[in-house]
Design a protein around this ligand. Structure first.
Ligand code: AMP
Length: 314
């Protein structure tokens, strides 16, 4: 069933220990859409400026993404973000964020986008996410991602928006920041207690350590795919979310339960592992379905163990 995504559509300037790019296609909605496009139809909602052209739209179109809800704002500048990574890629500093055309953006979704079955509110100002959530009245399942900037400057609006989704996908450090709890499991349980309405599933992203799923019924954790060469982690979280949400969208008619969410996380993890192998969208642009399936199968093998009884002393 179709997926609608709203979130940043951007140009990124990124420096990692392995190279740099001064202006590459990025944005949370772009990384998400490319990943989710392996599973289902995806519609991207958001504005771009004069600097955004057919070349960038074609990256999305080649993966079958519907860009008819991408609005060109004449005279405007596309969202711009620049960041620099530490030596082991575990730390990242934002150098600059320019909202550009997102500053004044008031989403007006097409009927098709509004009727999507599944909705993803990718990282962007929480009031924009909420405006889209309110228009997508038919969505049977919605998820949201955000980041420290919005917790810092628009926390109340973010909390209100979180109450309107079924699943919150956030970095573990951001979950702690959002709730003021020093432990991410406790932080996730705190968010679960805000509802209903509100999310019934929390996915805590843990960067190179993987991701954890926290629900009222349980807990599940998956490591990241063990890569030895990571070049640029930008967009890994959005690509992960695209895999998770895309997988759920492809299972139309089935309510996403704990088991399905676990399997969805495996697809998100596999997709994110490709994203980080090259800069920006470079690797995912030429990814194939066979490569994804092979990595999911490998992940299943790597994370499986079977207990055998042992007599324990004491
Ligand atoms: P990730 O590495 O998954 O956290 O996402 C990186 C992407 O998020 C980049 O492509 C940026 O363009 C985008 N981004 C960075 N800061 C923001 C922000 N404040 N709001 C929305 N998107 C952002």
């Amino acid at each position: 069933m179709p997926v609608t995504v709203v979130g940043s559509i951007a140009f990124d300037a990124v420096k990692t220990p392995f190279g740099e790019r001064e202006k590459m296609l990025g944005g949370a909605a772009v990384h998400f859409a490319l990943a989710a496009s392996f599973f289902d139809e995806v519609r991207v909602v958001g504005p771009v400026g004069d600097d955004f052209g057919e070349e960038q739209l074609d990256v999305l179109r080649r993966r079958g993404v519907d860009v008819s809800d991408v609005e060109h704002v004449a005279g405007g500048e596309t969202f711009f973000w620049s960041g620099v990574y530490g030596w082991d890629l575990n730390s990242r500093d934002t150098l600059e964020t320019r909202l550009g055309v997102f500053e004044q953006f008031e989403p007006k979704l097409s009927e098709q986008a509004r009727e999507s079955d599944v909705l993803f509110l990718a990282n962007i100002r929480p009031d924009i996410q909420r405006a889209v959530r309110e228009q997508c009245t038919g969505a049977r399942w919605a998820a949201l991602d955000s980041m420290n900037l919005w917790i810092d400057i628009e926390r109340d609006s973010l909390v209100q928006t979180i109450a309107s989704v079924d699943c919150l996908i956030l970095n573990d450090a951001e979950l702690k920041q959002l709730t003021g709890k020093p432990n991410f499991v406790r932080a996730a349980r705190e968010v679960l207690s805000w509802g209903p309405p509100g999310p019934s599933a929390i996915i805590a992203k843990q960067g190179e350590y993987g991701a954890a799923l926290i629900t009222a019924e349980g807990y599940f954790s998956l490591p990241a795919f063990p890569l030895e060469d990571v070049v640029d982690p930008t967009g890994a979280g959005d690509t992960f979310a695209g895999g998770v949400v895309g997988y759920l969208a492809a299972h139309a008619g089935q309510a996403p339960d704990e088991e399905m969410l676990r399997r969805a996380m495996a697809y998100g993890t596999a997709l994110a592992s490709f994203n980080v192998e090259e800069f920006g969208t470079e690797r995912v642009e030429r990814l194939t379905g066979e490569e994804i399936s092979a990595r999911v199968a490998e992940l299943e093998r790597l994370t499986h163990f079977s207990d055998s009884p042992v007599s324990l002393r004491g």
